[in-house]
Design a binder for this molecule. Structure first.
Ligand code: SF4
Length: 565
């Protein structure tokens, strides 16, 4: 699969196979219109009235919150592919550092190591899409664990088989349907086995899933995982069940899932769920609901817990972190916690704890956030600022709510207040009615913003989105691919030029672990989130999670090489 030209349609489809669900890249039509659609009712949960509050996994597990990734998308596949094929460094080095982990697609949820408990019943979860979905799978695991289910990676011994789905592209949904056919033999082989579908595709299709896939017993949306024990009981009594209620409150803040696959150095911490923006190409507002910010105290406690457990970096996650807004208890607007406040409170936990965040929406990132980043060395100088297009006309069709000129002013402001800060972005090629001049505008805004790297893909229509309902997907596929190729080549040039400027510089690097290329080398990242590979010192004085000063002496367009000084 890796040998084909990256731009043959098969490969591009394969890339999107792992389409991550969220992140600032996908949207659906006008959210409100869905409210009255049968099957998508909402209900509000008053804080503290959760039907199953204080869900906790088995007692010996430390209180660790899974982080949600949000933001990430299938275009990262293209980015990963480029970096994999065009660079010296091994793919595995990268996988450890980015929120969307290609290698994790289809991963089974792992049972707890040396788990003293014996379980009469077993569950199996296979996850697809973005980090948000992987984090949700760990929330589900904690809930099922409390019900006496133990995890297994062997689907044949499972009583409950779950697939946590992604709905961002047709290809992602086809993957799910294919896996369901694979599961058929396990169900016939072990009568009574239940099959459930979780995540964004469950939310998008709702009860229709049961009609289309007779094999499925349970369909649960991203906001309804607390109801799983009840739905499992109903399905055991032979009643197929669906819960796709989207919530205005649910953040699973009180659930302490287990972080099994972390490298023990950096962790993701979800600060909010859902998205209120209505980008016309994106399904996220449909599949993950309205924005809700998590209780700031629980976020800070989780980050402090992680630091006390030895983690040295947290990434605050949400589809649009800059619109984080939390009013504590029965407080008022006067004591609301903004994203800048939260960022500062997390940075104050310890100067040894690095803080990153993703994803920002250009219209919401404020000077307060930029000043807060400038004030704290441990807040990393890297901003993911999806532009999507460089043409104001296309931005309006995308309902991105800013213009080309406005976006460029935002880049100027970042350069002014945070010299040396790296900016990354998301770009869509070939959106409805895009002309060659619009495409040239995209290429020129890339030059202007000088992105360090980008996530790039061509437009693919999604059911139910505003774009699908209103606009013709009229740019021919060949033109889309051609424009995407030009955008990727532009990004390659920008990345290489930017990395070359780092040669001769010395950076403070956080060691993530052994380089996958050789265990005589460390891999880590600098504040700009650039991967750095450097040899270990003979005296073995350093370890994973240490900060070291590295002098850069070589680079590719995606990796810096150097030595400890
Ligand atoms: S900001 Fe736009 S692209 Fe990003 S998740 Fe929200 S609706 Fe989708």
């Amino acid at each position: 699969m890796w040998k084909t030209s990256p731009f043959s349609s098969y490969w591009l489809n394969a890339v999107f196979l792992w389409a991550g669900g969220t992140g600032c890249i996908f949207s659906a039509g006008s959210y409100h219109s869905n409210k009255n659609e049968p099957g998508s009712p909402f209900f509000a949960l008053k804080p503290g009235t959760h039907p199953q509050s204080s869900v906790r996994p088995v007692t010996e597990l430390p209180r660790i919150n899974i982080s949600h990734t949000a933001i990430l998308s299938y275009n990262q596949q293209i980015y990963l592919y480029l970096r994999f094929h065009k660079n010296k460094f091994s793919m595995l080095d990268l996988a450890a550092t980015k929120v969307h982990d290609e290698a994790r697609q289809g991963e089974q949820f792992a049972p707890f190591k040396n788990d003293p408990n014996s379980y009469g019943k077993r569950f199996y979860i296979e996850s697809y899409g973005c980090q948000m979905n992987f984090a949700d799978s760990e929330v589900v695991a904690a809930i099922l664990n409390k019900e006496g289910f133990g995890a297994t990676r062997n689907v044949e011994e499972a009583d409950l088989i779950f697939i946590n789905t992604c709905s961002i592209r047709e290809k992602a949904e086809q993957t799910v349907r294919k896996r369901l056919t694979d599961f058929k033999k396990f169900k016939t082989g072990k009568p009574g086995t239940l099959i459930g579908v979780l995540g964004c595709m469950a939310e998008r299709l709702k009860s229709k899933f049961l009609e289309e896939e007779k094999l499925v017993d349970i369909v649960v949306g991203p906001d309804a995982y607390r109801s799983l024990p009840r739905l499992v009981d109903e399905a055991n009594d032979g009643q197929k069940s669906v819960n796709v209620l989207l919530s205005r409150e649910e953040t699973y803040a009180d659930i302490a899932p287990v972080r099994l696959n972390s490298n023990g150095v950096s962790a993701f911490v979800s600060i909010m769920r859902g998205c209120n923006n209505m980008c016309s190409f994106c399904v996220v507002p449909f599949t993950r609901g309205r924005e809700r910010s998590r209780d700031s105290e629980s976020i800070i406690n989780e980050c402090r817990d992680l630091f006390e457990q030895g983690y040295k970096e947290v990434t605050l996650l949400g589809q649009n972190v800059d619109s984080y807004h939390y009013i504590p208890g029965n407080g008022t607007e006067a004591n609301a916690v903004s994203f800048a406040n939260l960022l500062e409170q997390v940075a104050l936990i310890s100067p040894e704890l690095r803080v990153r965040f993703s994803t920002s929406h250009p219209k919401d990132i404020t000077d307060d956030v930029l000043h807060t980043m400038a004030a704290y060395e441990n807040i990393c100088k890297c901003i993911h600022l999806p532009v999507q297009s460089g043409s104001t006309r296309v931005l309006q069709l995308m309902n991105r709510t800013y213009t080309r000129e406005w976006y460029m002013k935002k880049v100027d402001r970042i350069r002014e207040l945070l010299p040396g800060c790296s900016i990354t972005s998301d770009i869509i090629a070939g959106f409805c009615t895009e002309t060659d001049q619009d495409h040239q505008d995209t290429l020129s805004i890339m030059d202007y913003s000088n992105y360090v790297y980008g996530y790039m893909f061509y437009y693919s229509e999604r059911p139910g989105t505003l774009a699908q309902r209103r606009y013709q997907d009229d740019v021919p596929l060949e033109v889309k691919k051609q424009r995407l190729q030009e955008i990727i080549e532009k990004q390659n040039q920008l990345s290489l030029a930017d990395y070359k400027k780092d040669i001769g510089q010395t950076y403070k690097v956080l060691i993530d672990g052994d380089s996958k290329r050789s265990n005589e080398q460390w891999v880590g990242r600098n504040s700009q989130n650039k991967v750095v590979i450097f040899p270990k010192q003979e005296n073995g004085q350093h370890k994973k999670g240490d900060y070291v000063q590295v002098l850069i002496n070589d680079c590719t367009q995606a990796t810096l090489f150097g030595e400890i000084v």
